[in-house]
Design a protein around this ligand. Sequence first.
Ligand SMILES: [Zn+2]
Length: 220
Amino acid sequence: MEDALDEIDADKTAQYVLSLQKAGGEVMGDEYGEIDTRFIYIAAQCLSILGKLDKFNTDGAVDFIRRCQNFDGGFGLVPGAESHAGQIFTAIAALDILGRLDIVNVDLVSWWLCERQLPSGGLNGRPEKLPDVCYSWWVLSALSILNRLDWIDGSKLRQFILEAQDLETGGIADRKGDMPDVFHTIFGIAGLSLLGYENLKKINPTYCLTQRVVDKIRKN
Ligand SMILES: [Zn+2]
């Protein structure tokens, strides 16, 4: 974001990230070995930004993500785990970076994602959960990558996010009346950007970075 990628040792960083990928393609969060779809996304994103994706075991990573896909079209943390909007984002965004969106059942998962919108306009992360501003990102980004943003009511969601802003401090909370924090503030703003909110920079749904930054990465 600061146009300063040349400040780091990209080879060394890529080497570290690649050291966390196991022989089967799964990616660990650190040397202690926890494995799930989040780490595949993070590794793919990192290597993509550094222009080092060619050394990643894409087939193995895609196979792991495929095994995390459920009967409802969604994705869980690990094979057999229930579908969760956060994991659906990491799975779909990783597949987008790896050029393998073809394994996604687009209409089925988009149906699951748009079912996350509640009468308040807010989105939840799983059935029976409360709506939460951060899912404006996890759900919307996935729908945006799949070109199904119009499957939810954008104006109601926009209202839900705006109502979660604390007018005293300016921060955004998980929902109206709660304490704001930076986590919900970034995902609230990112969600509003995906909804086309006035005067916000365009955000890229795959990287959660501004489109300007992603265009620059792709050029290099
Ligand atoms: Zn949240």
